[in-house]
Write a protein that binds this ligand. Structure first.
Ligand SMILES: Cc1cc2nc3c(=O)[nH]c(=O)nc-3n(C[C@H](O)[C@H](O)[C@H](O)COP(=O)(O)O)c2cc1C
Ligand SMILES: O=C(O)C(=O)c1ccccc1
Length: 415
């Protein structure tokens, strides 16, 4: 590589995410300042609870049914152990990854999370801003409490993807895709597992669902096609009747009717970038994704928030990677709480991982800076743990680094 080429490289050096650990100790030593957001994954949920109204806490910490799939997600991680290597030069870890032909500084992505205003007023725009500062890709949810354009602006030059809750009305779907393209979203993530909300006792007992009150409907409320259709049908504007508008928008995206494989072609026709299907658990669905010619999948059970009793997400990752890992990009989420969890998922074949609740808890505790601390904590833990495991870069996260071991007393840690 010539010197000029090197200068043009936007990522000449991998970021030093590990510096956060030294920063924490230095602040403590020099100024007696402790981290605002706990660095203990098993205390994070509890800490966030103190900062949230019960309805918001239940919304994020709750899951479907008796939370059996949330437990399974954690247990699945506990059943894999790392087998570390020694005497390897891992002084400077490189955690960059290449996804869909583009280099990213971080192998972890901010998972699409809707209704963030119920956790902190910094909401999506704040999290998109700090994600950009960290070089962590931000995935904007279709159920965001800010518009996708506002989020894009806050994200600035940061990498961003768009998650689609797929409306039943094709005109509205196409409008959302066009807006996302215009606002600089690079990858389309289509969530398949939430075409209706699951049975969620923690929300049901509070009779609480934000998007029927106009929270998280901003994608629709700012959409010219939805606005026009609403005005024609009801003879009034959305702002004149938020409750009716909310119900109508929810009817579009959580309609109670699933789409089918043959409809993927519509998305391909109207989106020219990579398409990723989120919510794949069955190996046959992974194969169908290949047949349909999409670019990637997220092996995910929505963090145990949808089908309770479904298998732990990590439990199906290896078989899916074995079946389709060389034909499309396999990403992973559900249950990641530590840097070592990230190494395990990457070693089992995921090319990148999405993180949900941990940074939402950080957002609840300390606004956007709290979300940033939670993400920095995960990245620093990843960096440090890679070094200690003898892994210099992400491509060295291989199956030989992990072993499945079940101890009788192994228990789940925090959800
Ligand atoms: C409060 C909350 C809201 C979420 N909203 C969305 C959403 O709008 N779209 C989506 O595809 N996934 C959504 N998810 C699921 C996440 O993208 C992700 O799959 C899940 O949180 C991963 O599991 P984890 O929380 O154990 O990391 C949401 C998750 C939470 C906790
Ligand atoms: O709660 C969720 O898991 C989710 O995906 C969602 C659904 C509707 C509004 C916001 C988030």
């Amino acid at each position: 590589m010539s010197a000029t080429q090197r200068v043009q490289d936007p990522h000449p050096v991998a970021r030093n995410y590990g510096a956060y650990q030294n920063e924490i100790y230095a602040r403590g030593t020099l100024d007696n300042i402790k981290p605002t957001v706990t660095t203990d994954p098993n205390k994070l949920e509890e800490q966030a609870k103190k900062h949230l109204p019960a309805t918001s806490y239940n919304y994020v910490a709750g899951g479907a049914g008796e939370r059996a799939t949330m437990d399974a997600n954690r247990l699945a991680f506990r059943q894999w152990k790392l087998v570390p290597r020694m005497l390897r030069d891992t002084t400077h870890r490189d955690v960059t990854v290449e996804l869909f032909g583009k280099k990213y500084d971080s192998p972890l992505l901010v998972a699409p999370v809707g209704v963030q205003v119920i956790f902190n007023e910094d909401k999506e725009t704040g999290v998109a801003e700090v994600a950009s500062q960290l070089g962590v890709p931000y995935i904007t949810s279709s159920a965001s409490s800010s518009s996708m354009e506002e989020i894009a602006q806050a994200n600035g030059a940061g990498p961003r993807w768009y998650q689609l809750y797929w409306p039943q009305d094709n005109d509205i779907t196409i409008s959302l895709l066009n807006r996302a393209k215009k606002a600089g979203y690079e990858v389309l993530v289509v969530t398949l597992d939430t075409w209706a909300l699951s049975w969620r006792p923690w929300d049901l007992d509070e009779a609480y669902v934000p998007f029927l009150k106009g929270i998280g409907d901003q994608a629709g409320f700012t959409d010219p096609v939805f606005r026009k259709k609403f005005a024609e049908k009801h003879g009034k504007e959305i702002e004149d009747d938020i409750l009716t508008a909310s119900k109508e928008w929810a009817g579009h995206i959580f309609s109670g009717a699933a789409h089918t494989w043959d409809q993927i072609d519509l998305l391909k026709k109207h989106w020219d970038g990579p398409i990723v299907l989120k919510g794949i658990q069955h190996v046959d669905d992974a194969r169908l994704a290949v047949e349909k010619g999409v670019d990637g999948i997220v092996v995910s059970n929505h963090g145990g928030r949808q089908l309770d009793g479904a298998v732990g997400s990590l439990d199906v990752l290896p078989e899916i990677v074995d079946a389709v890992g060389d034909k499309l990009t396999v990403l992973f989420d559900s249950g990641i709480r530590t840097g070592v969890d990230i190494i395990k998922a990457l070693s089992l074949g995921a090319k990148g991982v999405l993180i949900g609740r941990p940074w939402v808890y950080g957002l609840a505790v300390g606004g956007k800076l709290g979300a940033k601390d939670a993400l920095r904590g995960l990245l620093a833990d990843l960096d440090q743990s890679m070094g200690l495991a003898g892994i210099q870069n992400i491509s060295e996260c291989k199956r030989s680094m992990v072993r499945r071991v079940q101890y009788p007393g192994d228990v789940k840690s925090s959800n």
